[in-house]
Design a protein around this ligand. Structure first.
Ligand SMILES: [Zn+2]
Ligand SMILES: [Zn+2]
Length: 218
């Protein structure tokens, strides 16, 4: 059993997931989650698709026995984050993730900094998912990321899918008051709420309820 049962990063068939919003809600209820976030990929949600997506989640908010939030997973590229203010206004939060395959970890950090400077971004997704393959950025760069996140009030997800960030990073977030969230990044309903790794790392790093971004719902 989870002490802080929430999952703020899940996908549906609105992007590359398999379930409907209702399927994800049902799975979250079955798992006993208190909070579920739907965060489909932004590049699938242009024009009318975005309207349908938001309306569908809004409708489920009234029916669900779990607190349901409408989020999105944006992409961070060299030109910035692909979610504009107009979209952000209709969402509860935005996760920004680096999905580009970069050979240089310092270049990865530069993109994350762009996201941290973007007022439409709330949470950085799976920070450092590629570091174990491409190498780790310098301690100085990591320090800059933490400083900027603290200054700008941004949160980080602890991703059970990619098992990032490192526990030392999470510990540093707790120390600095940078908020955290748990995420499965599930692309199918049965993966919803698989955030055991997130909670273990969070607790080991000294995290307490008030260190969670959505503590009010838990
Ligand atoms: Zn992602
Ligand atoms: Zn995702």
């Amino acid at each position: 059993m989870l002490e802080f049962p929430h999952d703020v990063h899940t996908h549906t068939a609105y992007s590359d997931g398999t379930g409907s919003v209702g399927d994800n809600v049902a799975a979250a209820e079955e798992k006993g989650l208190k909070l579920l976030g739907i965060t489909d990929h932004s590049h699938y949600l242009t024009g009318k698709a975005f309207n349908r997506y938001v309306r569908d989640i809004e409708r489920w908010k009234n029916e669900a026995d779990v607190v349901l939030l409408a989020g999105i997973e944006a992409n961070v590229t060299h030109s910035g984050v692909d979610v504009a203010g107009g979209m952000r206004k209709r969402l509860d939060y935005v996760i920004a993730s680096v999905h580009l395959w970069l050979d240089d970890p310092e270049e990865y950090v530069e993109l994350v900094k762009l996201a941290l400077l973007d007022e439409n971004v709330d949470i950085i997704g799976h920070f450092g998912a590629s570091f174990r393959y491409i190498g780790y950025p310098s301690e100085e760069s990591i320090g800059e990321v933490l400083e900027l996140a603290e200054e700008r009030g941004k949160a980080f997800e602890i991703s059970s899918r990619y098992r990032v960030p490192e526990i030392d990073f999470v510990r540093e977030c707790v120390k600095r008051g940078i908020k955290l969230v748990f995420s499965s990044d599930a692309h199918w309903p049965r993966g919803i709420g698989n955030v055991g790794w997130s909670e273990r790392v969070f607790k080991k790093a000294g995290g307490r309820k008030e260190d969670l971004l959505f503590a009010e719902f838990l």
